[in-house]
Design a binder for this molecule. Sequence first.
Ligand code: URP
Ligand code: ZN
Ligand code: ZN
Length: 460
Amino acid sequence: MSILIKNGRILTADSDFHGDLFIKGETIHSVGTQLDVQADQTIDASGMVVFPGGIDPHVHLDMPFMGTFSSDNYETGTLAALHGGTTMVIDFVLQTQGKSLYHALESWQGRSNGNCYGDYSFHMAVTDFNENTKKEISQMVEKEGITSFKTFMAYKGALMIDDGQMVDLMQEVKRQGGMVTVHATNGDMIDKLIAKHRAEGKLSPLYHWLSQPEITEAEASGRFADMAFYTGVPAYIVHLTCEGALNAVREATYRNQKVFVETCIQYLLLDASLYEQDPDGAKWVMSPPLRQKKDQEALWAGLNQGLIQIVATDHCPFKWEQKMMGRTDFSKIPNGHPAIENRMELLWSEGVETGKISANKYVEVTSTNPAKIFGMYPKKGSLAPGSDADLVIFDPNERHTLSAATHHMTVDYSAYEGWQVTGKCKTVLLRGKVAIDDGEVKIGKGYGEFVKRGKVGKVV
Ligand code: URP
Ligand code: ZN
Ligand code: ZN
């Protein structure tokens, strides 16, 4: 099967021109102006932008967490992602403390295998690093193609590891050619503040925010950067939200250290005033919490300064009845925010349309950098000949309204209800097949493949 996409604005991380793109089988065959080829199908992309499919390297599908499961499974989550222009996601396998990495991997494979519409991969979250776990790191890298290892400096008793384990893990991951990623907030400080607020009867979602002040993230980010510097491991901070944490990363650059940074769409667009204004505050219970306007400005600047390389979602949806598990106590509200379907359109509308970031930067932070940093480039994140034909045909002028009534995520509210966005993902291709066309699904469940990744940490 071959497809010719004609007369589009071909946009990549480093180019932007009008032309054609020819796809043969699952990969891109050629890109140029006025390609003279015969194709089985021709798509007229006049007036459209054609860019690489989004890669969201931070999602939680069908994840057991805080006494429930995140409400999108691999089927619904990857399909919603495709509707929103994201052709690949990287999800997190969570080791159960006391059990092996393989025990967790098998359980995640059981839920994901054969169920995905879009392509996917896994990070391995190491929650209990010991002599047995250590032996599994090389197997993850060499055999499973899982080359990034997630750590938590918070969620004590369930996911958090201490600094001794962190350093030991970093040394082993470095030896095996992997990368250590982190949820960088000071878990002990946060637990103290949660306990204090609960003891004082301060139980509303506002106190979720007040239990995780900026300093808890800035401190942990700096400590993580120091441990990464000491061990020399490639390092990556997930869902960075605030100026203080970004300054810790900036500080690390003064000793010529590169710490990769991801922020998420919600931290660029939403702020902590919602905890005070919105009667449905549970919607905004995520960790780290939303921050202040000055932090949003620091994050936009961080993207343009190259200190932040990726905009992800940390998609971790819970239905309202699940959120209401914490009706009378914020510490029991499952933490998470739904956005897997919204990231690409929101970032175009709020970032490119407003002039905050360039169109090339948009491709870089939504697709090319995730592919490079996580060991998949140029198979993914590129429109070059030989790359997987994962791409979005995007109408930059179509205005539409985001709503729970029309989205495809399995969650009965939208964090962006009523937001007007400019730009719509019209047609989405995954490995040479039209997956979504004008809202219609053209592929079947199970088309999505697990992507084994290579050694990681390329400087971008
Ligand atoms: O609130 C969040 N972020 N939930 C998912 C787990 C995590 O910390 O990423
Ligand atoms: Zn986290
Ligand atoms: Zn997360």
